[in-house]
Design a protein around this ligand. Structure first.
Ligand code: HEM
Length: 278
């Protein structure tokens, strides 16, 4: 992996050495955590992800080695943490500014239906894809848009632009979850998780988490958006709400006999992006 990131220049660059040191520091923390959890006498009664991984057995009854567990944890931390936090953050940023959509969603959830919830999650990922594009290196020459690209060319299909094609999504800038009701998203036009054989490994898990978070939050607290719509900001490889999807929690009328007031300001679902909105 390191070689792929840094290129083959005959010797490790300063950047590669720095990366190696950082990976080693993270490894040290993860291996210590794994060792501690393996030694936990209550391990078989725990249900957190690390414990579940340690308890997993293959068809021969073998568990995973420390290095395999470390790889699983690294995947969850790097590929499945910030992305999964940003998806629901955008969903709330959009949902709270569309009271009509929110009312429909709350009514559907109250009736026990999750079809609209699924559409809300998919529409949030369409309008605000967390990752703007994916990258591929052509293994053989390939025609793209009338050009014949040679093998070795890096192509980067744009998730952002695909999701804004008016021919596929009428009123593409509008937040309209009902566009996904009754039919699943098009495999080649809805790409928040990329596509093909390298499509996101955690796509189903991420959607499940997103539905669960949206539903639980709506059921437990009454949120209102703070200020105007948030701009799209870049944070490393992800696109995040520029102010961290800020919301205010208000008391529920039912719990307060109809009185409404600001309870307290919620923390941001994720820390502020370092790069300002564009
Ligand atoms: C909303 C949440 C998420 C989004 C938007 C997202 C998005 C993406 C995208 C765009 C890719 C590149 C796919 C491609 O090149 O075609 C990717 C790859 C990947 N994702 Fe996710 N992801 C999310 C959550 C997760 C979670 C929860 C996990 C793990 C539990 C995960 C694990 C991975 C892995 C392992 C890859 C690399 C797959 C490969 O190269 O074969 N992702 N993700």
């Amino acid at each position: 992996m390191l070689r792929a990131l840094t290129g083959d220049r005959g010797g490790p660059s300063q950047g590669e050495l720095r990366l190696r040191r950082r990976v080693a520091a993270v490894d040290e923390l993860l291996f210590a955590e794994i060792a501690e959890r393996r030694a936990d006498p209550r391990l078989d009664r725990r249900d957190d992800v690390l414990s579940v991984l340690l308890l997993a057995r293959d068809e021969d009854g073998e568990g995973m080695a420390d290095a395999e567990i470390r790889d699983e944890l690294m995947t969850l931390l790097l590929a499945g943490h910030e992305t999964t936090a940003t998806g629901p953050a955008w969903a709330f940023e959009r949902l709270l500014r569309h009271p009509g959509v929110r009312r429909v969603l709350e009514a559907e959830l109250a009736e026990g239906s999750t079809e609209y919830l699924d559409a809300v999650a998919r529409e949030a990922l369409r309008l605000r894809p967390v990752v703007p594009n994916v990258g591929r290196v052509l293994a053989e020459p390939w025609p793209v848009g009338g050009h014949r690209l040679p093998a070795g060319t890096i192509v980067a299909p744009s998730i952002w632009l695909t999701h804004r094609r008016a021919g596929v999504y009428p009123a593409p800038r509008s937040f309209r979850p009902d566009r996904f009701l009754g039919h699943p998203p098009d495999t080649y036009a809805w790409l928040p998780f990329g596509g093909g054989s390298r499509r996101c490994l955690g796509a189903s898990f991420a959607l499940m988490e997103m539905r669960g978070v949206i539903r639980t939050v709506l059921e437990r607290v009454n949120l209102e958006p703070v200020g105007r719509s948030e701009k799209v900001a870049r944070r490393a490889i992800t696109l995040v709400p520029s102010r961290g999807a800020r919301v205010v929690r208000r008391r529920r009328p039912s719990a307060e006999g109809g009185r409404r007031g600001v309870d307290r300001e919620e923390g941001t679902p994720q820390s502020r992006p370092r790069v300002p909105a564009r």
